[in-house]
Design a protein around this ligand. Structure first.
Ligand SMILES: Nc1ncnc2c1ncn2[C@@H]1O[C@H](COP(=O)(O)OP(=O)(O)OP(=O)(O)O)[C@@H](O)[C@H]1O
Ligand SMILES: [Mg+2]
Length: 440
């Protein structure tokens, strides 16, 4: 294989594995790595930092490794490809059976992240597919604490069930658009023939969106609706200027269309908390940590040296939260030469950059929620409501405590042990509370 074909092969492998074309930087890394250039040199040419180019590069080698079924590194990349006599791989679309290729799913992924590395979550994917495809749910909430993998799972799920839909639109609410503007954009993406006229009122926008959802079977994914939710009040309320989103979700839930809206959030909106048991077409799925095998893959990816008896200790400390596992395993690789036992010997639940995620969580809480969190941190074991009531200061009544515990669980800030009605904090959250507020 010559250099030009090797490059085409690498790009086609990337598309076949990810369903997307490589970005300009990714193409540049392929090309310059074939010329034997260092990351530092590539970074200079592309006006990026060395560490960013390394990070993007290591994703590329991982994708190629998975495609070729053998380990590819920057060093071996050229030799592996040049020695290869493999035919050019086909893209996922080309690999689909004819009936699926004929299916007319129009896709608009917006700013959806590339999810190259994704371990486990088979059960979650199967269950969510059943809800949306077989049970025809109209509104699905994907909930869970920061970094647990909601965004990644939403992308994987949409890729997995795309053939059931005429349209897929994936949007993040990071920029907090008003509902009118947001829906006008969605309508234009769904119905390119008849772009939305100026939608004067939120009610107009909602009814036009429902019309579109009725004409086409659409999967609309809205990522991160916590961005438009109120902070400093008990959970589940939208910020003043975003109340219309609640009305939109209610209309979607009520029906008169053939589509599904799935949103992700670390906080459960009020209407979802009220609806699921009454309305089977509206459901909430709370995602927990990765299972042991999937979590182990993350540590293996970082080349950590983990003794058999240490796996669970390490993973349990972070309750299988993938973001925490990626962050902390990088620290173990950097500071302990990858030796997990040396890290575990420190006996600490190290937070590192996980603190940023928890800052966001705590910035949302009310004073009384923080008080209850501090109490749970001091108690440091699962506790029933009645015991907690006795332990907590007298100025918090039983009904206030109930509201607060419900709110904290809607925010994924506390864990409830199913069937035991016991409340507890995850180890990382407890550590954060003690660091930030002391043991009040
Ligand atoms: N199944 C998985 N396997 C490996 N890595 C994963 C998995 N799920 C998520 N990750 C990684 O963990 C990190 C956090 O995931 P993600 O952004 O999806 O979390 P999130 O719940 O959406 O967080 P937030 O609430 O902050 O939006 C990302 O780097 C993501 O790539
Ligand atoms: Mg997210």
């Amino acid at each position: 294989m010559d250099v030009k074909t090797a490059l085409e092969f690498a790009e086609a492998s990337f598309i076949a594995e990810t369903g997307k074309s490589p970005t300009d930087l990714q193409k540049e890394i392929f090309a310059q790595a074939l010329e034997g250039k260092t990351y530092e040199r590539i970074a200079e040419d592309c006006n990026c930092t060395d560490s960013y180019v390394k990070e993007v590069g290591s994703e590329l080698w991982r994708i190629l490794s998975s495609r070729l079924g053998r380990r590819v590194t920057k060093k071996s990349f050229k030799n592996v490809l040049m020695a290869s006599s493999l035919p050019l791989p086909t893209s996922p679309q080309q690999q689909m059976p004819a009936s699926a290729t004929m299916a007319r799913c129009q896709q608009d992924w917006g700013e959806a992240p590339d999810v190259f590395v994704f371990y486990g979550r088979r059960e979650e994917l199967t269950e969510l597919e059943r809800w949306i495809v077989a049970d025809r749910c109209r509104l699905v909430a994907l909930l869970g604490m920061g970094g647990i993998g909601k965004t990644a799972l939403s992308v994987k799920l949409a890729q997995q069930i795309q053939q059931d839909f005429d349209r897929i639109v994936w949007r993040s609410l990071d920029s907090c658009p008003p509902l009118n503007a947001f829906l006008a954009e969605i309508i234009n993406s769904i119905d390119r023939q008849q772009p939305a006229q100026l939608l004067e009122t939120p009610a107009d926008a909602i009814s036009r969106a429902i019309e579109c959802f009725n004409t086409h079977r659409c999967l609309l994914i809205i990522d991160g609706i916590d961005a438009i939710m109120e902070t400093g009040k008990l959970a589940g309320k939208y910020r003043e200027e975003y109340q219309d989103y609640g009305k939109f979700f209610q209309k979607v839930a009520q029906g008169n269309h053939q589509s599904c809206v799935l949103f992700t959030s670390s906080e459960k909106p009020q209407e979802i908390s009220l609806l699921p048991t009454r309305n089977r077409q509206v459901r909430a799925y709370k995602i927990g940590g990765l299972d042991g095998d999937a979590a182990r893959q993350i540590l293996l990816d970082r080349d950590l040296v983990v003794e058999k008896k240490e796996w669970n200790d390490f993973i349990d400390r972070y309750e299988g939260n993938p973001l925490a596992l990626w962050i902390i395993s990088a620290t173990v690789a950097n500071l302990f030469a990858g030796k997990t036992s040396d890290f575990l010997k420190t006996g600490t639940v190290f937070l590192g950059q996980v603190e940023g995620v928890l800052d966001e969580m705590f910035d949302r809480l009310t004073d009384v929620e923080i008080k209850v969190m501090c109490r749970l941190a001091a108690i440091n074991k699962p506790i029933a409501f009645s015991r907690l009531r006795d332990e907590i200061s007298a100025d918090i009544s039983s009904s206030v405590l109930m509201n607060v515990l419900e709110s904290l669980s809607w925010r994924s800030s506390i864990e409830t042990e199913v069937g035991k009605d016991l409340f507890r904090l995850q180890p990382v959250i407890r550590k954060y509370v003690v660091n930030r507020f002391g043991q009040k």
